[in-house]
Design a protein around this ligand. Structure first.
Ligand code: A3P
Length: 288
């Protein structure tokens, strides 16, 4: 596949053609959200697959059936991707859905529904590193070039789903009130049971400590890595080449320290700070 064929442009955003089509985008725009739907919104490489594990378990009180029998892309499909149309009729309520979309691309029914949103944000320095390796392994994404070249693409938004800062700003400005909660990937890495409790409270689930511990165990990096329904091992090598990198690669906070030079760090900070300088919100991490 040539680089031109790898992406389509949708409202100015690059979307991989491997998973998106004009039909899937139309289906997303016409999708009818239900009040009890739960949507996890995640900029790519910030914990999407993790939420595809977490949400069914929180919503089903720790029942493992879904995560052990249905691949993540069908159990918690992407709003904008081609699989949704194929599986939506089989999804039992309450449904969990993920999306990489910015707020302004949500369909009309999202705005009139009471569907709740969990926005997962990850330190953009680690998003960049994770994305760099993902572009190496993913046959359906363009070659990232050197780390330095990829950093420029990321900062300029010449990557799938555009600029990290635009994505964050769109959801921070959404004014969804108590329909949205923000959580960080780092919070989940540091204390998953506590993060699960926070999400379960937000979703109105009253889960016992035993259930939280059970969910935490099944959503750990190690357990997910050995779950064939969650580790992408079923995806053909032409799409995801595990010899180049693993999808569940490191699963830590702070790997950027092994990749950024001091000049790159200064460049990265300066661009992100400039793009957020007039914002009323602050980032939960220092970019130093
Ligand atoms: P790394 O490449 O830094 O390891 P996404 O699903 O949005 O594409 O994000 C992928 C990133 O989330 C990868 O980061 C992956 O390892 C990490 N991830 C997925 N499940 C995880 C888990 N249970 N614990 C920690 N990190 C996880």
């Amino acid at each position: 596949m040539s680089s031109d064929e790898m992406y389509m442009l949708y409202h100015g955003l690059m979307l991989p053609t491997a998973a998106h089509s004009l039909e899937s985008l139309k289906f997303a725009q016409e999708f009818t959200f239900k009040d009890d739907d739960v949507l996890a919104v995640v900029y790519p490489k910030s914990g999407t697959a993790w939420m595809q594990e977490v949400l069914p378990l929180l919503l089903n009180g720790g029942d493992l059936t879904l995560i052990q029998t249905i691949p993540n892309w069908d159990r918690v499909p992407w709003l904008e991707e081609t699989r949704l149309e194929l599986v939506v009729d089989k999804m039992a309520s309450p449904r969990a859905i993920v999306s990489h979309f910015p707020y302004h691309l949500m369909p009309p029914s999202f705005h009139t529904s009471k569907a709740k949103v969990i926005y997962v944000m990850r330190n953009p320095k680690d998003v960049l590193v994770s994305s760099f390796y993902f572009h190496q392994m993913a046959g359906f994404l363009s070659d990232p070039g050197t780390f330095d070249e990829f950093m420029n693409k990321f900062l300029e938004g010449r990557v799938m789903l555009g600029k990290w800062t635009d994505h964050l700003k769109s959801w921070k400005h959404s004014e969804l009130g108590d329909r949205i909660m923000f959580i960080t990937y780092e919070e989940m890495v540091q204390d998953l049971p506590a993060a699960l409790r926070r999400m379960s409270d937000f979703l109105g689930r009253d889960l016992s400590e035993e259930t939280i511990q059970k969910i935490s165990h099944h959503c750990s990096f190690k357990t997910m890595k050995s779950n064939s329904m969650s580790n992408f091992s079923m995806v053909p090598k032409a799409y995801l080449d595990k010899d180049k990198s693993a999808f569940l690669r490191k699963g830590v906070a702070g790997d950027w320290k092994n990749h950024f030079s001091s000049e790159q760090l200064a460049r990265f900070q300066s661009v992100i700070h400039k793009e957020l300088e007039n914002e009323s919100f602050t980032l939960p991490w220092s970019l130093d």
